[in-house]
Ligand binder design. Structure first.
Ligand code: ADP
Ligand code: HMS
Length: 552
């Protein structure tokens, strides 16, 4: 009798669930639900305005997505809940929410429905930059050893700066909540009825180290005396490995989803990392890029050492037996959709509509006819701040070289090239730190949808790129972890590594660098680096001044 696992991938705008046949690897069906409240970056549903760089979500959307997507999987496939051996969940991160002791989100309690700080802060909520600046200065002054393991700077996207922002701006929320946790950990809590926080999230986003735990009380006290006991008061030291079982589906959640009560649920994993087992990344020298709204870069290594430009290193963070390094770019697909949504001229919109294709496909078709360098444009990919080498969300975007003749497809291509230069910068940082990258692998929406972008990346990075065999690599990785959570006697897999070897997959297509393009892009990259340093390393702080003026 065939057995199945379900993987649920919570992205920025939607959740995707995948039903996987655990013996054949067949992806039986996929179901997606866009979050009804989407990303709230201007106001709450009540109309209450949010500040600059805010990005919130409504946690009820996550539960509704469980009900709708799992219901659809069961209905479309006709598979019996009895034959589902496990469930895995991955989530965009660092996405956090304050809750009561029983898990009720604070934004759903009386008196907090209209309080922005009581809602989920999405990964791309960047309004805690001033808190991150304070934290980084303090960590450096106090010689905190963990700082180097986060590339030398903690991002304002990460958990502690976000908690600091809540405490400083709305102490009422900080005091009223019993827990502050990753939304992925919260979903698992809802599924199994108790908390089982993920080592992956805690390590990458919560400054939790496998050997030393959280930063010391003295450090938290130095940040703010009210934070001295933040770990005991709001976090947890019960941190679980990602290949373990978090617990079993409760009766209430079985009724909500249509699944069987008692189905094992895996400890949650970050969405980016879930693609590692799905793409058969099993050792050093391979960099996996998960390219969607943002891009995350994953590298496995036997060693733990700080690499400038990375955002974190976690022991057994992606697969047991290796350290996983993550670097990232906060604006990739978002970069392209900004252009499509805000700047596309009406004749282009009409052409796309008439031909029944998306504006991305139209712009890509036109941009494919251009040669590298032909547009005369060069952009900095900082539309959503910088998560890599500079780690600064007060920086902003730039396009250089525009003339009266500049065409939309030229800008679109320059934006894609800018994100590839950003990736090249990250690869160079790894290689300079003594971790050579021989091959690139790509997963996520853009890897499967945009061949031109992948060729540009191969040319700019001067490395071959292999593509994930699944269009839903996050959900596939989660389903693999769902197997690891189940009884091996039932699944036939000894551990997650074995399941990843058998069920992970890569396409036959490989994008090879083209020598002529590589040479031209090398010249453009040299100019990109100059702009990067000029605007990013303090020589000209105009971007920060403009941001400060906007906030006044
Ligand atoms: N043909 C395309 N070329 C480039 N980017 C695209 C294309 N189609 C969609 N995108 C971008 O892909 C992003 C969504 O990526 P996806 O991996 O599906 O989601 P997520 O990052 O939320 O997991 C959006 O930002 C969108 O602008
Ligand atoms: O930062 C991480 C993971 O570490 C991502 O969750 C974040 O960049 C958002 O990813 P998506 O672009 O929504 O796939």
């Amino acid at each position: 009798m065939a057995k199945y696992s379900i993987g649920i991938d919570y992205g920025t705008l939607s959740a995707r669930a995948l039903l996987l046949n655990i013996q054949t690897g067949e992806e039986v069906c996929v179901s997606e639900m866009a979050y009804p409240h989407g990303v709230m970056d201007e106001c709450l549903p009540s109309g209450k305005r949010l500040g600059d760089s805010w990005a919130l979500q409504d946690p009820q959307d996550y539960l509704d997505a469980l009900q709708v997507t799992i219901g659809e999987l069961l209905q479309k496939s006709g598979v019996s809940p009895e034959d589902i051996v496990g469930i895995g969940v991955d989530f965009t991160s660092c996405t956090i929410l304050p809750t009561l002791a029983d898990g009720t989100p604070l934004c759903k309690t009386e008196g907090f429905e209209d309080t922005p700080h009581a809602y989920v802060k999405l990964w791309k909520h960047h309004a805690a930059q001033y808190c991150a600046d304070e934290l980084n200065a303090k960590a450096e002054a106090m010689g905190e050893k963990w700082l180097a393991l986060y590339g030398g700077k903690i991002s304002s996207e990460w958990m502690i700066p976000k908690i600091m922002q809540i405490l400083k701006e709305e102490p009422r929320v900080y005091n009223a909540c019993d827990q502050i946790l990753e939304a992925g950990d919260w979903v698992v809590w809802q599924l199994v009825g108790h908390q089982a926080r993920s080592a992956c999230n805690a390590g990458f986003k919560g400054i939790y180290r496998h050997d030393t735990g959280y930063p010391s009380k003295a450090f938290f006290r130095a940040l703010d005396p009210r934070l001295e006991n933040v770990v005991e008061d709001k976090l947890s030291t019960d941190i679980r490995p990602i290949d373990s079982c978090a617990g079993y589906l409760t009766k209430a959640m079985a009724d909500w989803t249509g699944l069987k009560e008692g189905t094992p649920v895996a400890v949650e994993i970050m969405d980016s990392i879930a693609s590692v087992p799905a793409c058969q990344i099993d050792g050093p020298g391979k960099m996996l890029m998960i390219m969607g709204t943002s891009t995350c870069h994953e590298v496995l290594s036997a060693e733990e050492r700080g690499v400038p430009g990375t955002c974190g290193i976690v022991k057994d963070g992606a697969l047991p037996g290796s350290f996983c390094y993550e670097a990232g770019q906060s604006c990739v697909g978002d970069h392209f959709s900004w252009f499509v949504n805000r700047c596309l001229p009406s004749d282009y919109k009409e052409e796309a509509e008439q031909r029944g294709i998306s504006p991305h496909v139209l712009l890509t078709e036109k941009a494919s006819r251009l040669k590298p360098g032909e547009s005369g444009l060069l952009a900095l990919d900082w539309w959503n701040g910088v998560r890599s080498v500079l780690m600064d969300f007060d920086l902003s975007g730039l396009i250089l070289g525009m003339t009266l003749r500049t065409k939309p497809e030229e800008i679109y291509r320059a934006l894609i090239e800018a994100t590839a230069f950003g990736t090249r910068q990250i690869i160079d940082a790894f290689e300079t730190a003594g971790a050579p990258i021989h091959e690139l692998y790509a997963a996520g929406g853009i890897a499967s949808k945009n061949a031109m972008a992948m060729q540009i990346y191969a040319d700019i990075c001067n490395k071959p790129i292999k593509i994930s065999g699944s269009d839903q690599s996050g959900a596939l990785g989660s389903a693999i972890l769902g197997i690891a959570a189940a009884d091996p006697a039932l699944t036939g897999y000894k551990n997650v590594n074995e399941a990843a070897r058998k069920l992970g997959k890569i396409k036959d297509t490989v994008y090879h660098p083209m020598a002529g393009n590589v040479a031209i892009y090398a010249q453009l990259f040299a100019e990109y680096k100059k702009l990067h340093d000029y605007f990013g390393r303090g020589e000209n702080n105009v971007m920060k001044k403009l941001r400060a003026l906007r906030r006044q």
